[in-house]
Design a protein around this ligand. Structure first.
Ligand code: GLC
Ligand code: GLC
Length: 650
């Protein structure tokens, strides 16, 4: 973009030129809803400069830039007119209280509609359970139309406007969203926006030779360009296909190579084409208008591509997300974005900003919790919390221990090197440990996408199986079961007290074990992540209040931690200070918010561990109440922390 451009002036001019055209096109809607139009133009006035700047940055080299910009504005106005009144009311409420998601009342859950409750009506019938658990945020895994058989767990979407029929209908989705909202629960859905299924209408048009739509994807007639790109690309699903492209013999005259970062049936969208931006903005606003309050931006790292780069985390990806953010500020202001960037920690944080993604998964905390359980040491975890945890005060981490995906060991090699740890060797150790192959390992995990070329591998498995419960039940006994339960509660304790939005992968709250039956299902057998995607077992759930059952011990243990979080204000926000405990097995941290503070000590070892009295004195722990944990805390003497105990003072 020419540096001489006066953006302020030009954005005003652009809007002055475009607005009358939008008004003309939508005159009926405007006369039917003049107040709505006024609200829309007010927000447009506020956010158009940002949108214009970003759109220009992305598409200024297109001869038809202005055509697409006008088309976008019309889409935004249409989406706003279609926005139901209750959501417009929500918009205003969120605008007055924009940091609502930082409250200690927040608790997230995530599940698959079919596996958890059969269908959307089933999910509705579980609202009493969600309330019992304390959820205020529910992420339903992809539920849009996909083909039967392999569909990457719903991440190969063939229509963003139709629900996968066995799960229900759009009307049921909107009604569920409303009922959840009435129960104080925000609905979270994915916007799978890096790719569509090869069965999506756009891809079908492309296959039929329609050039407009061929330009929605990145399709090449020969290997020349794919070869050039692949010089710098990482392989994401190497089990399935080498490189990032798949050959489709029926494209063009002699076949074509389609960019498919993930599976061959997931075609990467071409965001260098502004039509793709506009159509996806429409899909996003359509979702928002169904009552979705948070959109999980799937696979954000991959959405912008440039030759000669890794095509991950490029500046263009950030511009795109910021432009989508501006779109939502204008036409669905209540909407929040959560980024899914499971990449190097330096890159993860770049997506987090009030004008980009207000929320982000925290894959580093997740990976390092498991690392600390395996090594029984907290140095990498302490270091990460001390140096990488602080983010913009108007944003929040989504802290989790497990989700539907594999665990990738995405810590920074440079950070590890500070302790003399070699990143690659250490990853190999963690993979061996969590596959249960390392001497003394308690874990029962499976490898995911093992790449013989690079030695790379990630880990599948449920929280309970990775934390030792499966092995303890099947091979060991009561003592090991107890330790496994403590591990599960320990890492959940940390995500529930460290700030941001804690997210529970539903099933983990009752200690669900690995389910190996995925191997009998041809649609799943090649993807070990299905080992941790079992059908919810409601007979086990029925035992959740029985303290003599394992389910009950885990569930009630978690309930205590959740209640602790919700009754102490200090757990709001994201302020966290590390307390050096002088013991390599003990993590210590302090949380402060609105003049309140809490102090936490977590013992990652299976042995008793001492902490010197002077540390308790230094942080005036004795002035606080002992809120959680079973270790004895005598005044003024050294403290001995019980194995895997989670101690909280506040
Ligand atoms: C995201 C999803 C993952 C899926 C991938 C491709 O990372 O979490 O399950 O395989 O995107 O859509
Ligand atoms: C997505 C996938 C995950 C993969 C990652 C690679 O997040 O879900 O499996 O490790 O992309 O960046």
């Amino acid at each position: 973009m020419p540096s001489t451009l006066n953006l302020d002036r030009e954005s005003k001019r652009a809007l002055q030129r475009l607005l009358p055209r939008v008004e003309q096109g939508l005159s009926d809607s405007i006369s039917a809803d003049p107040q709505g139009w006024q609200e829309f133009t007010q927000r447009l006035g506020k956010y158009f400069p940002a949108l214009f700047d970003l759109y220009l940055g992305l598409y200024s080299t297109r001869y038809d830039f202005f055509f697409h910009l006008e088309d976008l504005l019309i889409s935004l106005a249409r989406a706003w007119f279609a926005r139901p009144d209750d959501l417009r009311t929500l918009d205003k409420a969120r605008e007055t209280n924009p940091l609502w998601f930082q409250s200690n009342q927040m608790l997230g859950g995530v599940c698959y509609v079919d596996l958890f409750a059969g269908n959307l009506e089933g999910v509705k019938s579980k609202i009493p359970y969600f309330k019992e658990l304390g959820l205020t945020y529910l992420h339903l895994m992809p539920l849009f139309k996909v083909s039967d058989g392999e569909n990457d767990g719903g991440y190969a979407v063939s229509s963003y406007r139709e629900i996968y029929p066995p799960l229900g209908t759009l009307e049921q989705l909107a009604s569920l969203a409303r009922e959840l909202r009435n129960a104080g629960i925000s609905l979270v859905l994915d916007l799978v926006f890096n790719h569509t299924a090869d069965e999506h209408a756009w891809a079908e048009h492309a296959k039929a030779g329609d050039e407009e739509y061929a330009d929605f994807y990145r399709i090449f007639p020969s290997r020349e360009w794919p070869d050039a790109y692949e010089q710098n690309l990482r392989e994401i699903f190497p089990d399935e296909h080498a490189g990032a492209f798949t050959f489709f013999p029926n494209l063009f005259q002699n076949g074509g190579w389609v960019w498919t970062t993930f599976h061959s049936y997931q075609w990467d969208l071409n965001y260098a084409n502004p039509a793709v931006f506009n159509r996806m903005a429409e899909e996003m606003l359509f979702l928002a208008n169904q009552g979705v309050e948070v959109i999980r931006l799937d696979a954000v790292a991959f959405i912008w591509k440039e030759l000669g780069t890794s095509c991950e985390n490029l500046p263009g990806a950030h511009k795109l997300i910021q432009a989508f953010n501006a779109v939502s500020r204008i036409a669905a202001p209540a909407l929040l974005f959560k980024s899914e960037a499971i990449v190097h920690p330096d890159d993860v944080v770049k997506y987090i900003a009030p004008d980009e993604c207000q929320l982000s998964y925290n894959p580093l905390l997740m990976a390092l919790l498991w690392n600390s359980l395996a090594t029984r040491e907290v140095k990498l975890l302490s270091q990460a919390l001390a140096t990488r945890y602080k983010i913009h005060p108007e944003t929040a981490w989504v802290n989790y221990v497990r989700v539907h995906d594999d665990i990738g060991w995405t810590f920074s090699d440079e950070d590890a090197a500070q302790f003399g740890i070699n990143g690659n060797d250490h990853r190999r150790f963690l993979n061996e440990f969590y596959r249960g192959r390392f001497e003394g390992s308690f874990a029962r995990g499976l490898p995911f996408q093992e790449n013989p070329k690079t030695g790379d591998c990630r880990i599948s498995g449920t929280c309970a199986s990775l934390a030792g419960l499966e092995k303890a039940i099947k091979e060991e006994g009561a003592h090991e079961v107890e330790l496994a339960i403590r591990r599960i509660l320990l890492i959940h304790g940390i995500i529930l007290t460290s700030g941001g939005v804690p997210l529970i992968y539903l099933g983990d709250e009752i200690g669900t074990l690995n389910d190996y039956t995925y191997r009998d299902d041809p649609a799943h057998e090649r993807d070990s992540r299905w080992v941790h995607r079992p059908q919810a077992d409601w007979e086990k759930y029925a035992k959740r209040n029985d303290p003599t059952s394992i389910e009950g011990q885990i569930y009630q243990g978690l309930q205590k931690l959740i209640a602790l979080r919700k009754t102490h204000d200090a757990f709001s926000g994201g302020e966290l200070e590390i307390i050096p405990t002088g013991n390599e097995h003990i993590l210590g941290f302090m949380r402060t918010h609105a003049g309140r503070r809490t102090i936490i000590f977590a013992n990652f070892s299976e042995n008793l561990q001492p902490v010197a009295a002077r540390i308790f004195e230094q942080y005036s722990v004795h002035t606080l109440k002992h809120l959680h944990g079973f270790s004895n805390v005598p005044p003024q003497s050294d403290i001995t922390i019980e194995p895997l105990d989670f101690l909280v003072f506040g």
